[in-house]
Design a protein around this ligand. Structure first.
Ligand code: NDP
Length: 317
């Protein structure tokens, strides 16, 4: 595609979140409050203070307030030990009133994030990082998948961007974003290259991307000249400079050459929150569906209809 033919389009995470909220989450809320006479409860645990966590929390609380969800935030002091945090989570694992547990990262450096995510009960692991869920998404089996990665896939599908056969380049290999995004894209039959801090030179790989996912945490790392014309770019990064939020991608710099690009804020962030809500509702429903396989499959399909939101026939009562 030549430069002149490219019509850049914004990947609008807020628009997606609004549609998914109105057409998927809210109708489900109405149905199951009727059936189960209960609403799902999310516990969010924060240890210490972090500006990115605070901004995510604010966005999340605002979104969840529109839903049939009870959300409680537990703030623990910076000096909380790993043992104390594990004991806190263990109590919530056994609390029948809690359907989802989210431990906000980054955690203080004296707490091992892997140990913490591995301690969350599989059925309440709305972040999709406990060993059973990681095994499931790595094998492309249906289960709870990290919300940010689901959000990236949802945005691509919402905008009906073809994935199969495309070359996707993921910059970042964390368990919370880079790796699950890679697996989701592989499941969609993309060819995926994963880059990280030792990839040299980065632009050699980013230039090959039909679809570029940036999940690094470095402001405006991806600039003009690093992307081919007509590429699709999803920016996951959340960085702060002089109190201003910005992504890993220089949006203004790339706008004229890409075919689709997501802004920060207003792109991946709202989609992540939306997928977190989706994971919570799904976790709650899977609990009630018990071992009814047909119902489980139907539920998973319903929540994952990102391109035909709300249009698919629905089979659950
Ligand atoms: P991590 O710090 O866990 O991972 C960052 C990854 O980027 C690592 O794999 C690292 O490589 C790689 N990296 C670092 N520097 C470079 C570089 N110069 N070139 C190429 N790769 C590099 O971060 P997260 O995955 O948790 O988060 C990434 C970003 O996404 C952050 O800005 C975070 O705030 C944001 N985020 C946004 C969310 C949203 O809802 N939009 C949700 C979660 C996170 P290596 O492995 O070699 O160290």
């Amino acid at each position: 595609m030549s430069l002149n033919e490219v019509k850049p389009k914004k990947i609008d995470g807020r628009l997606f979140a609004q549609e998914y909220l109105n057409k998927v989450l809210k109708p489900r809320c109405e149905t199951f409050t009727e059936i189960y006479k209960k609403v799902p409860k999310l516990s969010t645990i924060l240890v210490g203070e972090n500006p990115a966590s605070e901004s995510y929390l604010k966005l999340k609380e605002k979104f969840f307030a529109k839903l049939c969800v009870e959300s409680e935030v537990f703030r623990l002091p910076e000096e909380t030990t790993e043992e104390e945090l594990l004991a806190f989570i263990n109590k919530q694992n056994h609390d029948n009133q809690i359907d989802g547990i989210l431990v906000q990262v980054p955690l203080p450096s004296h707490i091992d994030e892997d140990t913490i995510s591995e301690s969350i009960a599989l059925s309440k692991d709305v972040e999709g990082l406990s060993p059973g869920n990681v095994h499931a998404w790595a094998k492309a089996l249906p289960n709870l998948v990290p919300a940010t990665a689901l959000g990236v896939l949802a945005l691509l599908k919402f905008y009906k961007i073809p994935i199969e056969g495309k070359h996707a380049v993921v910059v970042g290999r964390s368990m919370i974003v880079g790796k699950p995004v890679t697996h989701l894209l592989l499941k969609e039959n993309a060819t995926v290259t994963v880059c990280h801090s030792r990839t040299k030179p980065l632009e050699k790989y980013t230039k090959q991307a039909d679809i570029l996912i940036a999940a690094v945490g470095q402001p405006h790392l991806i600039k003009k000249g690093m992307i081919k014309d007509g590429a699709i770019v999803v920016d996951v990064g959340i960085n702060f400079e002089d109190g201003k939020m910005m992504g890993d991608v220089d949006y203004d710099d790339l706008l004229e050459t890409v075919s689709y690009i997501s802004p920060v804020p207003g792109g991946s962030g709202p989609a992540t929150v939306c997928m977190l809500a989706s994971n919570l509702l799904l976790a709650f429903e899977l609990k009630w569906a018990k071992k009814n396989e047909e119902k489980l499959e139907c539920l998973r399909d319903y929540y994952a209809n990102y391109d035909t939101i709300g249009e698919t026939g629905f089979c659950i009562e």
